[in-house]
Design a protein around this ligand. Structure first.
Ligand SMILES: [Mg+2]
Length: 348
C-alpha cells in the first residue's frame, strides 16, 4: 500500500467581531488547513490543523506541507507511518522542526494514521490496543473577556450538558480579580463540579506561587500554564512549592521537551497539543513516557485523533472540549465521552 496523492486545502472563516480572549491572546479564529492522503488500494485519510489566530499562518502552513513535506510522504507505505514521521523530522531539522513545520508534520501524521485505520477498517485505538472505553471530559468555557453573568451562564450550561468539570481563564491584573472570578463560577456550578484555572503563561513565578496558593485554597483542580511555557526552572519551583497540581505542555514541542520537564519534576499534569507535539505518533510517545513518570495526561484540545490516543494511555485524566454543539458527534455520559467507533479517526 502506497500513498499516491496528497491534497492540501485551506478552510477560512470570517474573523469573529467579538473574539474570545485569554490572558495573552485574542483569538478571532482564522482558518483550518486540511490534508487528504490517498493510497493505491483505495484507502484515504485526513488530517486537520486548526488556527485560532494569525491571519497568514494557514497559507504559510499549506506551503510548508505542499513544497517540503508532501514530497517526503508521497510513495510511502502508511503502515510505516512512524518511519515517515522520522523522515519528516529529519527533513525539517535544518530550519527547525518546530512551529509551522511541526504543525505540518502533525497534519500528515494524523492523515497517515487515519488512513491506516481505515485500510484495516478499525478505529486507531483498536490498532494500538486500548485501556479505556470512555474518557472523562471537561469544558473549557470561561474566557477572560466574559463578564460575570456571561461566565456564570456558560459554566452552568456546561454542567447542564453533563460536564463534571469546567476550565476558566484567569490572569486578570490582580489576584483579587482572579479569586473573585473563581468564586463567581463556583456560585454558578455548585460544590461538586471541578474548576480548572489557566493563566496562559501570563505571570511571574512569584505571582504564580501567590495565586496558586489562593486557587489551592479555593479547591481548584489544577493550575495551568501560569508562567512562560519554556521556563523549566520556574515550573520546577512551582511544582515543588505548591500543593495544587501544576499543568503545562500545550506549548511544548516534541517528546524531548516533555522529557526535560518530567526529569526535572517541573510538571504534575502533562497537556500535549496534537499540532505542537507532532501528531498522534508523538502524543503516544509523550503519554507513555509520562505514564512511566506516573504523571496524568490531560489533552490540550479534544480532536477525534486525540481521543483515540487517550483511549490507549494508562494515565489518561481528562479530555478538553468546549460546549457540545447540537451537531457534535460527541456524547457525554456520567461526565465522560464514549470512544469514537469509526475507522481511523472517524466518529462513526
Ligand atoms: Mg491552556
Amino acid at each position: 500500500m502506497n500513498i499516491t496523492s496528497i491534497d492540501v486545502s485551506i478552510r477560512r472563516r470570517e474573523p469573529s467581531a467579538d473574539p474570545i480572549r485569554d490572558a495573552i491572546q485574542t483569538l478571532p479564529g482564522t482558518g483550518n488547513v486540511e490534508v487528504l492522503v490517498r493510497t493505491d488500494e483505495g484507502a484515504s485519510g485526513r488530517g486537520e490543523i486548526y488556527f485560532g489566530r494569525i491571519r497568514g499562518a494557514p497559507d504559510a502552513l499549506a506551503g510548508v506541507i505542499e513544497h517540503e513535506l508532501k514530497p517526503i510522504v508521497l510513495g510511502t507505505d502508511p503502515t510505516f507511518v512512524r518511519a515517515t514521521h522520522q523522515a519528516m523530522l529529519r527533513e525539517t531539522e535544518y530550519h527547525g522542526s518546530f512551529g509551522l513545520a511541526m504543525f505540518g508534520i502533525a497534519a500528515l501524521d494524523t492523515a497517515l494514521w487515519d488512513c491506516l485505520g481505515k485500510a484495516h477498517g478499525v478505529p486507531c485505538w483498536q490498532l494500538w490496543g486500548a485501556v479505556h472505553d470512555r474518557i472523562p471530559a471537561y469544558a473549557m468555557v470561561g474566557w477572560l473577556n466574559y463578564g460575570d453573568d456571561e461566565v456564570q451562564r456558560i459554566c452552568a450550561k456546561a454542567v447542564g450538558q453533563g460536564f463534571r468539570a469546567v476550565k476558566i481563564k484567569v490572569g486578570f491584573p490582580t489576584l483579587a480579580e482572579d479569586v473573585a472570578r473563581v468564586k463567581t463560577v463556583r456560585q454558578a456550578v455548585g460544590d461538586d463540579i471541578g474548576i480548572m484555572v489557566d493563566a496562559n503563561q501570563s505571570l511571574t513565578t512569584d505571582e504564580a506561587v501567590q495565586r496558586g496558593r489562593a486557587f489551592q485554597d479555593l479547591g481548584c483542580v489544577w493550575w495551568e500554564e501560569p508562567i512562560p511555557a519554556d521556563d523549566i526552572d520556574g515550573y520546577a519551583e512551582l511544582a515543588r512549592t505548591l500543593d495544587i497540581p501544576v499543568a503545562t505542555g500545550e506549548n511544548l514541542y516534541t517528546p524531548a521537551d516533555f522529557a526535560r520537564f518530567l526529569r526535572r519534576d517541573a510538571v504534575d499534569i502533562v497537556q500535549p497539543d496534537l499540532r505542537r507535539a507532532g501528531g498522534p505518533t508523538a502524543l503516544l510517545q509523550i503519554g507513555l513516557m509520562a505514564a512511566a513518570f506516573r504523571r496524568p495526561y490531560a489533552s490540550h484540545g479534544g480532536e477525534c485523533a486525540h481521543l483515540n490516543v487517550m483511549a490507549c494511555l494508562p494515565n489518561t485524566y481528562y479530555v478538553e472540549t468546549g460546549l457540545i454543539g447540537a451537531d457534535s458527534p460527541m456524547k457525554l455520559e456520567d461526565g465522560c465521552v464514549a470512544l469514537p467507533q469509526g475507522p481511523g479517526f472517524s466518529w462513526e
